[in-house]
Ligand binder design. Structure first.
Ligand SMILES: [Zn+2]
Ligand SMILES: [Zn+2]
Length: 247
C-alpha cells in the first residue's frame, strides 16, 4: 500500500525547486525566491581569476593582488555564483544525491558569465575526481556539468582527458605550499588525450583557492594546449582565500 501511495503522491505533487521545497513550473528549475537570493558574481572582479574585488581599480586594470604578483597557469576563470549558503544549497544536490536535474539549472546559470569562454573553447574538460570518491558519490559533479554545457553549446567534450591518480585531502584552510604539496602528482593527463593547440575550458562545481584549477591548467599547457580557461558554478570569495596566491 505504501509504495503505491508514495507513487500517487509523487505523480500528483507539482515539481519542486532544486534548492528548496517551493513548487516550480518544470522539473530541474530553481524557484523565484532562490533565484533572487542567489548571489551572482558581478563586476568589479579580477579579469584573470574572476575573484570579486572590493572596488574598481582607478587604473582600469582589474586584477587581484595575487594574480598581479604571479599569473596563474589559466588565462581566465569565471563563476556564476558567490559560494554562500544559497549556492551551497543549489550545488549540494549535485554532489551527494541523485538530483541530476540540478545539473541543468546550474549549467544555465554558468552560461551567463561563461558564454564567451564556452564559444571560444575547442574542448570542455571536467576537473577529475578520484575513482574511490566517484564510487561513493556515483557522479563526478564536474563531469555532469561539462556534459550538460557541451549539450547546451555544442562544444566538444574531453570527458576523461584529466585523471586523478590518487586521493587528496581537502585543500581548504591549507597554506599555498601545503596545497601544492598535497596536489603534487595527484592529477595527470590520459596518455592518448590530444590537447595540442586546443583552447581548453576546465569545468568544475566550486573554485576555492584555484590551486586545483591551476594544477589542471599547468598539466594541459605542458601537454600542448594553447590556452586554458576555467568555468565554475560557484566561487569561494572568503577573504582568507582571496589573499592567497594562486600559482
Ligand atoms: Zn527554491
Ligand atoms: Zn585574480
Amino acid at each position: 500500500m505504501k509504495p503505491l501511495f508514495r507513487w500517487l503522491l509523487d505523480t500528483v505533487l507539482p515539481p519542486t525547486c532544486l534548492a528548496c521545497d517551493a513548487p516550480v513550473e518544470k522539473e530541474g528549475q530553481f524557484c523565484v525566491a532562490c533565484f533572487k537570493a542567489a548571489n551572482f558574481v558581478s563586476a568589479p572582479f579580477c579579469r584573470c581569476c574572476g575573484v570579486p574585488l572590493p572596488f574598481a581599480e582607478p587604473s582600469g586594470i582589474q586584477k587581484c593582488a595575487p594574480c598581479n604578483e604571479t599569473a596563474p597557469a589559466f588565462t581566465q576563470a569565471r563563476a556564476a555564483l558567490r559560494y554562500d549558503e544559497t549556492a551551497r544549497r543549489m550545488i549540494l544536490p549535485l554532489k551527494y544525491a541523485d538530483h541530476t536535474e540540478a545539473v541543468n539549472g546550474l549549467a544555465v546559470l554558468m552560461r551567463r558569465p561563461g558564454e564567451p569562454l564556452l564559444q571560444a573553447a575547442n574542448m570542455l574538460v571536467p576537473v577529475p575526481l578520484h575513482a574511490s570518491r566517484l564510487r561513493a558519490r556515483r557522479f563526478n559533479q564536474a563531469a555532469l556539468l561539462a556534459i550538460q554545457l557541451a549539450r547546451l553549446t555544442g562544444r566538444p567534450l574531453g570527458l576523461d582527458t584529466l585523471v586523478r591518480h590518487r586521493e587528496t585531502a581537502p585543500l581548504e584552510g591549507l597554506g599555498l605550499a601545503a596545497r601544492r604539496a598535497e596536489l603534487e602528482g595527484a592529477i595527470g593527463i590520459r596518455a592518448d588525450a590530444d590537447v595540442r593547440d586546443k583552447r581548453v575550458l576546465l569545468i568544475d562545481d566550486v573554485m576555492t583557492s584555484g590551486t586545483t584549477a591551476n594544477e589542471c591548467a599547468r598539466i594541459l599547457l605542458a601537454a600542448g594546449a594553447r590556452r586554458v580557461d576555467v568555468l565554475t558554478a560557484a566561487r569561494v570569495t572568503d577573504p582568507r582565500f582571496e589573499g592567497l596566491a594562486l600559482a
